[in-house]
Ligand binder design. Structure first.
Ligand code: GUN
Length: 284
């Protein structure tokens, strides 16, 4: 039976450390500030944004929310980004993804000052991650590395398989595992023999967005299984990309959904906001 990696507990540790750092910065006159921008009224995005704001408040981070209507134009959004780029009390800018299809998300991300890009989505930060000379790490992949480290699991030399090639999770995840000396394979919808490749993984990261996609026959006995999914099963119940009940029986470690990767994403966002505040104030 696999050991559970408790994302809630690990995230709480990270958040407690962040809160201490914020307290010290605040004593020195620097209150880290995060601006969260949400366009439209997608319920999942609304929940994420609410959770991010609540987490900021708990850590002592100042936050501002900009909730814009679905009908917002590209120019209006770009003007807001420019304003936030110049705003002294804002160290981090997060534009909740996905944006309505009428807006050019790539242009918005590129307009964010890379020093305030706490998602690490800007091409300049993505390039830095590729090179290994980064200021910010993308929140979800960085959170997963924290989870793996929390159990003292060594990545060096391991076969790491990432399912999913998104810019938010799959690609940066592969890069971080590579920086930790893993031998990395990225699988995606066009991959042949996907099950066979997964079966070879010592560390398997599922970021597919399909409920219970990873079944027990795709998992090597003793593998570490990380589930990034936030899906709904046929009964409408929250589940991950991994068939947890059956995979749990053969993996050595596994992350639950909820309570695995999810809580880490927010914790790492807070950490990045503190890094941004430090860098912008020359306190390193
Ligand atoms: N939508 C889903 N995950 C994320 C994230 O990490 N950052 C932003 N900005 N939007 C998201």
């Amino acid at each position: 039976m696999a050991k559970l990696i408790d994302g809630k507990a690990v995230a709480a540790e990270v958040r407690a450390k962040v809160a201490l750092e914020v307290e010290e910065l605040t004593r020195n006159g620097v209150v880290p500030g995060l601006a969260v921008v949400i366009v439209g009224d997608d319920p999942a995005s609304r929940t994420y944004v609410n959770n991010k704001k609540k987490a900021c408040a708990q850590a002592g981070i100042y936050s501002e929310e900009y909730a814009l209507p679905e009908t917002t134009s590209q120019e209006e959004l770009m003007t807001l980004i420019q304003k936030l780029n110049l705003k002294k009390d804002i160290n981090g800018i997060l534009v909740q993804s996905p944006l309505p299809s009428t807006l050019d998300e790539e242009a918005v991300v590129e307009a964010i000052n890379p020093e305030k890009d706490v998602d690490a989505f800007h091409p300049s930060n993505v390039g830095r991650i590729m090179i290994g000379n980064f200021h910010f790490l993308p929140c979800t992949p960085a959170g997963i590395i924290e989870l793996i480290n929390s159990e003292q699991i060594d990545i060096t030399g391991k076969n790491c398989v990432v399912i999913g090639r998104s810019n938010i999770v799959g690609k940066p995840m592969a890069m971080l595992l590579l920086h930790h000396n893993g031998t990395v394979t990225i699988c995606h919808s066009k991959t042949r023999n996907l099950a066979e490749i997964c079966k070879n993984a010592d560390i398997l990261v599922a970021a597919v967005g399909k409920p219970k996609f990873v079944t027990a026959d795709m998992v090597k006995p003793g593998a570490v299984v990380i589930d990034v999914g936030m899906d709904r099963d046929m009964d409408g119940k929250l589940c991950g990309d991994v068939d947890f009940v059956n995979v749990e029986k053969i993996a050595s470690w596994i992350t639950p959904v909820p309570g695995g990767v999810g809580p880490m994403t927010i914790a790492m966002l807070l950490k990045n906001t503190v890094v941004a505040a430090r860098r912008q104030n020359g306190i390193l």
